[in-house]
Each structure stands twice: as C-alpha cells, then as structure tokens.
Design a protein around this ligand. Structure first.
Ligand SMILES: [Zn+2]
Length: 127
C-alpha cells in the first residue's frame, strides 16, 4: 500500500472514529421512561433493547476503527490479524477497519455463531 493510500485511509478512519465516539458517548440518550401504561412499558423496553444493541455494535465498530488506526501507526495496516496475509484492496476500500481478511472473517462469524470466543480474544489481545 502506498503512503498516499495509507493517509487516505487514516483520514477515513479518524472521521469514523469521531463519528462513533459521538454516538457511543451519547449513552445518556438511553433513558428509562416511566409509563403507567403497561403496553407503553413494553414498547419502551423494546426501544431500549434496540438502542442498547445498536450501541453494542457501535462500540465494537469503534474498537475496530481504533485498532485499525493503531495498525496504521505500526505499519501493519491492511494485513489480516489472523493469517497475516494482505487483506484484498477491495475489502480494505469497503471496510477500512476490517481486522481480518474475508476468509478469516467468515470463519470468525461462524465461530461466533458456535459460541467460540477465540477471535474475540485475539482482538482483545491486539488492543
Ligand atoms: Zn486472514
């Protein structure tokens, strides 16, 4: 990857980081609304649940973006964390914060469905 491309991705990642930090820091937006109406309660609970799930996803994404910025710093950006092969330029362009190449990501997704936390541990250790 050329240094031009690296600095382009760095900018994208920094912008994404800012954006996500704003969302994740806005946790207070998830307020617990009290309602006398039982049906309303259910509705609010569902909305809260959804908001928390979104926040979870955003937090994970933010972590991946931060890790990717770290890899730009240490020169390993664009390399899969798992198999250490280069991630395809198309994938990097589409998902600059992707920690894994497409094959390893598929494996990771599959492992996650099976409740295997190995990839999760790897990300934590890489942080
Ligand atoms: Zn890989």
């Amino acid at each position: 990857m050329t240094s031009n491309e690296i600095s382009k991705y760095k900018k994208i990642l920094e912008n994404k980081q800012d954006e996500l930090e704003r969302i994740v820091c806005n946790r207070d937006a998830i307020t617990i609304e009290k309602s006398a109406d039982a049906l309303d309660e259910v509705q609010h609970a569902a909305e809260r649940e959804l908001a928390i799930r979104n926040l979870d996803r955003e937090s994970n994404l933010l972590r991946n973006v931060r890790l990717a910025l770290g890899r730009i710093e240490d020169g390993s950006f664009g390399v899969c964390l798992h198999c250490e092969e280069e991630i395809s330029p198309k994938r990097v362009a589409a998902v600059p914060w992707a920690p894994f190449c497409i094959q390893c990501q598929e494996q990771a997704d599959k492992n996650q469905e099976d409740g295997n936390e190995m990839f999760e541990d790897m990300l934590v250790n890489a942080a």
